[in-house]
Design a binder for this molecule. Structure first.
Ligand SMILES: NC(=O)c1ccc[n+]([C@@H]2O[C@H](COP(=O)([O-])OP(=O)(O)OC[C@H]3O[C@@H](n4cnc5c(N)ncnc54)[C@H](O)[C@@H]3O)[C@@H](O)[C@H]2O)c1
Length: 296
């Protein structure tokens, strides 16, 4: 593999722009493409919005937002990049066709990663000539601040490709977690979805508002989760005897119908309640203003 100097970003929405900002802050060149009219301007604005937080964290030598190039030509991205990160909408057919196209245009030694949140890499790589270099590199929003990236290989992915992806992500300050078994939703989104599902039920059943649900995370478990995950947190909840005592004490509650497991129907009325609730929480602040608050 070439030394990675130029990273190709295919799809420059929330996640693609986040990758671009992270790579630029690490002193790399970025070449990006997105067919959406106005995509270049939106990408440059998003990178600009991310830059103050990245400056606070410390930029790598030669880091410069001007090292971002935009093109409407996918082939140029594929021919110029030393590592490609795809970030188009989460639709299997779209990704699968695009990966076939990128694979045909990209030299075989160049890694191609997908930011998919839960699709199976075996299916995304299915129509590629060189599927061995295709991996999932699933990041978390905002990609320029959060270190976690789940790395998942498909049936045809080489172990050495997983290692190359892990090494690249480490080099841009990330914490790569190798998901050793290929499953839909990988690890972290399965956990996130379980929580999200219950939040939707609590709103749907009129038990709590979106603000109350968020308070129930932000002032308590969320602060613990920033330091320890569920397992180690519950080890401490068991006192001196740890998780064994915790399981004895709270294990029986697992049989109570506390959680619903099945997702609720996303009816118009539930969607309306989620939207109205979160807009009230936003209290007139735009998404850009809230992003700045979060980054600070
Ligand atoms: N939003 C998140 O929190 C999040 C987190 C982790 C992973 N992801 C994953 O990242 C991927 C992108 O999600 P997003 O939230 O950035 O979506 P988004 O809608 O913000 O951006 C998608 C972009 O892809 C562009 N696009 C569509 N077809 C394209 C094509 N053929 N070539 C190039 N660009 C194309 C669109 O114009 C759009 O700008 C998805 O796979 C998603 O599951 C999202």
């Amino acid at each position: 593999m070439h030394k990675i100097k130029t990273v190709g970003i295919v799809g420059t929405g929330v996640i693609g722009s986040g990758w671009a900002a992270r790579c630029l802050a690490h002193g790399l060149d970025v070449i990006a493409t997105d067919p959406n009219p106005g995509a270049e301007e939106r990408l440059r604005v998003k990178v600009g919005n991310a830059w103050p937080a990245l400056q606070t964290l410390g930029l790598m030598p030669n880091a410069n937002p001007n090292r971002l190039r935009f093109t409407t030509d996918l082939e140029e991205v594929c021919q110029t990049s030393h590592f490609i990160q795809e970030n188009v909408p989460e639709q299997e057919d779209l990704k699968r066709n695009l990966h076939r196209e990128m694979d045909a245009l990209t030299p075989p030694e160049v890694m191609i990663a997908s930011s998919s949140s839960g699709l199976l890499p075996t299916r995304i790589q299915a129509d590629c000539r060189y599927p061995v270099r295709v991996v999932i590199g699933h990041p978390f929003n905002p990609v320029y601040l959060l270190p976690l990236v789940e790395v998942v290989g498909g049936e045809k992915t080489l172990k050495s490709s997983i290692e190359k992806a892990i090494s690249f992500y480490r080099g841009i300050g990330m914490y790569p977690l190798h998901v050793r078994n290929e499953i839909e939703g990988y690890i972290s989104d399965r956990l996130q979805e379980a929580l999200w599902r219950e939040a939707l039920h609590l709103v749907n059943d009129g038990i709590a508002t979106t603000a109350e649900i968020d308070d129930a995370v932000v002032y308590g478990p969320g602060l613990r989760w920033a330091i320890m995950g569920t397992c180690l947190t519950f080890h401490l909840a068991g006192g001196d005897d740890g998780i064994r005592h915790m399981l004895e004490q709270f294990g029986p509650a697992l049989k109570l119908p506390w959680t619903k497991l099945e997702a609720p129907e996303l009816t118009d009325s539930l969607i309306e309640r989620m939207v109205t609730g979160t807009q009230q929480q936003a209290a007139g602040q735009s998404v850009t203003e809230l992003e700045r608050l979060r980054d600070d």
